[in-house]
Structures are given as C-alpha cells and as structure tokens.
Design a binder for this molecule. Structure first.
Ligand code: F3S
Length: 400
C-alpha cells in the first residue's frame, strides 16, 4: 500500500488526520497463502524498516522445531524465509497471538495497530489501549508509525451498545472453557457491536478474559467489550454506556451456556478421539506448569496427538523450569509459533502441499475459538470441555 492509499483509506472512514501509534503487532505472513512469503521477502528486500516496536503474529510452522508438527518439508522451508525477512525490517520474531504475555503493553488510551482478533479485543478492552482490526494495514502502520484517527481510536465508538447480565452458576465461572462459551453466546448476538457484561464476580483471571475476548471476536466480530468494575473504561455500567443507560438487556443463563457446549460438541462421551489441543490463545508459563504437573509420570494414549501451543519465549522458560521435559515424557508436545488452525492441517493446505488429509478425526479442546474454526478448516469432529477433561481424554484416547 502506498502512502496515498493509506490516506484514502482513512478518508473513506471519515478520518481527518493520521495519528502517531506506539506499537504494532504485525500480520502472520504464512506459507499457506499463495505468494505471501515471497511478497514479504520482497518487501523486506526493498529496504523498509519499522519505526515503532513491532511484534509478529502466528505462522503456520514451529520455526525452531518444524518436525514436531509434521509439517510438509516444502512448506516448512518456505515458511523459514520469513524470519530473516522480518529481522531485516526490525520486526521482533515473537510469532504469537498473545504478545501481551511477552510484555508488550502500551499505555491506557494510546493508539496502536494490531492484527489477531483475540489480541486486538484484549488490548482494547482489558488494557484500554486503542486499536482497530488492523489487517494488512498494519504493514504500513509499522513502517510509518501512523494510523488514521478512526474507528475504535475515537471515544464515541467505544460506548457500550448492549447490556448482558450474567446469571450463571458461580462454580461454572471457575473454568476457562466457560468463558469461551460465554463469549461465543454474546458474540453471536452482538455481531460487531460493543457488549457490556455485568457479572457479580470481579476477581477475574487474565486467562478468562482472554478466552472471553477470543470467542467474542470469532463468534461475532467484537473488537471491544466492557465489564463494569473490571475493565478500565467501565468503572460502572453507566460509564460503559457513556452515561446513557440502555432500556433493554439480555440475561445469560446456564441454558444459554449449555447450548454453546452442544453447538461445539459433536463427539459422544466415550468415543475415540485423536487430537487434544490446549493453548488457544497461546498459553502462559503458569498454564504450561499446570499441564506439566497433570501429565507427570503418565502417558498420552496411542494414536492421540496432544499439543500445548505457546510462544517461543515461554517455551524456553518452560524448558528451563523442567515443564517441557515432563510434557514430552508423557508423549505430548509444546508447540510454538503456530496452532492447529494456523498450521498445514487445513484441508486446503494439505492438498496443496501433498498430504492427502489433515489426518485428524476428532479434536478435544478447551477453547471456543479453536473449535469455531477446526470443524470447517480441518473438517474434524469437535468437543469443548474443561482442561482436566481434555487431559484425561488425551490419556485415555476417549472423550471423558
Ligand atoms: Fe492463537 Fe491459533 Fe487460537 S492463533 S488465538 S491459538 S486459533
């Protein structure tokens, strides 16, 4: 994109000027899209450099250990050209969907340009750092340090649009997968609007907010949510709606949540499964520690692949802490830079790179976002359940 087009893009959305941005999360330039790697390499060779701190989103391969995901050699080779190109441009090789876990936390109210819907919604909602869904425009933002003043960068677009009162059993709130189901339910209703979610519990874990945001952004295309008393632009419900109180509200009940589990599960209890995925969005060190302790001294069932997806820095720390060894001894894998839906396991990519099928029949997972995509892209059966049941299923080879 030329500077002229970038200005025209802003004008088309009513922006009257470009503003300085503080941070950029750069698009995954994946080998699974035709011509994307070559284009990225050419762009880097043209001599452009990023002007602001810029991290990079997920790829289709674990660049350090491509063999652990069984990626076709030709695709791994193609994908490996990205890292030197990014380095040349000054992009930091993070290759993750959770750059916030690596310390990239711009100040409240700052302007930024990010890709990756689960990161975008987290930055906007939980950190109060402003960004639109950047897409390929982040390429230009990274090298200019600018973005048109529009969309969620503006106060008026950050006002709540729908009120949800969460009335589900408090014990269910302790599970990450439930937050995914909650996001899925609300995201389906609001589409691209701004939900305000009233919930009695205020002591919410970072991972729950990540799970909630990731499914709001995929079941709908939500970019910002507020939780009164929790997220920074909503000390109260009134503040979330910019002093206007909506007349209507939705109650979210246990039945609504049950319906989402049903929607994302078409594997029967006791049925044979062959893939368990944890780490969507990419896990932090504490989450990896939990899995390592659960798997210690046990063995994943024959015929089951179990991936725990994270970023490469966290894997290094997990190696140092001895967690990776425990996980690998059990027969599971700590995978970095990618995840099943971003990998070569997509049906279309398999065909293009000479694999007959993705070779996955039934995937168990605790992430609503992952399951929203794998059914279509990988074409397998799916089950949404909690982390302990995911691990138990991996150990027994059947859905628990
Ligand atoms: Fe990240 Fe893949 Fe999930 S990119 S958010 S682990 S679908």
């Amino acid at each position: 994109m030329s500077p002229i087009n970038f200005i025209q893009f802003g004008e088309a959305f009513g922006a009257d000027r470009l503003v300085d941005i503080m941070y950029c999360h750069y698009p995954a330039e994946m080998g699974i899209y035709e011509g994307m790697v070559e284009d990225a390499v050419d762009y880097a060779n043209s001599g452009v450099k990023v002007k602001i701190p810029t991290t990079s989103s997920t790829l289709c391969s674990d660049l350090e250990k491509p063999y652990i995901t069984e990626i076709p050699e030709k695709l791994a080779e193609l994908q490996s050209k990205i890292e030197p190109a990014h380095r040349k441009m000054g992009i930091l090789e993070t290759y993750t969907c959770t750059p916030q876990l690596l310390g990239f936390i711009p100040p409240f109210g700052s302007y930024n340009a990010l890709v990756e819907s689960s990161a975008i919604i987290y930055y906007n909602s939980v950190l109060g750092a402003r960004t639109n869904r950047g897409g390929m425009f982040t390429r230009f933002s990274a090298v200019t340090g600018k973005y048109p003043l529009m969309g969620y960068l503006l106060d008026e677009n950050r006002k709540g649009t729908h009120l949800f009162k969460v009335k589900i059993s408090p014990d269910r709130l302790m599970n990450y997968d439930m937050w995914c189901a909650l996001g899925f339910h609300i995201g389906t209703i609001v589409g691209s609007d701004v939900p305000v979610i009233e919930i009695r519990e205020k002591n919410l874990k970072q991972e729950w907010l990540l799970g909630l945001g990731s499914t709001l952004a995929t079941a709908g295309s939500v970019t910002l949510f507020h939780i009164p008393g929790v997220t920074p632009e909503a000390r109260t419900t009134k503040e979330a709606f910019h002093a206007e109180i909506p007349s209507d509200y939705y109650e979210v009940t246990d039945n609504d949540i049950d319906a989402i589990y049903k929607k994302l599960t078409n594997i029967d209890k006791g049925e044979i499964i062959d893939f368990v995925n944890l780490g969507c969005p990419h896990y932090n060190l504490e989450q990896i520690r939990y899995v390592a302790e659960k798997l210690e001294g046990k063995k994943i069932a024959d015929g089951v692949r179990c991936w725990i997806c994270t970023n490469r820095m966290t894997r290094k720390q997990a190696e140092y802490s001895g967690f990776v060894e425990k996980i690998e001894e059990a027969g599971a894998k700590v995978v970095t830079d990618t995840c099943p839906v971003e990998s070569h396991m997509r049906i279309s990519t398999c065909k293009e790179f000479g694999l007959k099928t993705p070779n996955v029949d039934a995937m168990v997972c605790n992430s609503g976002k992952m399951l929203r995509y794998v059914g279509d892209l990988i074409g397998c059966k799916t089950a949404l359940t909690n982390i302990d049941k995911c691990i138990e299923s991996a150990l027994t080879g059947r859905l628990v």
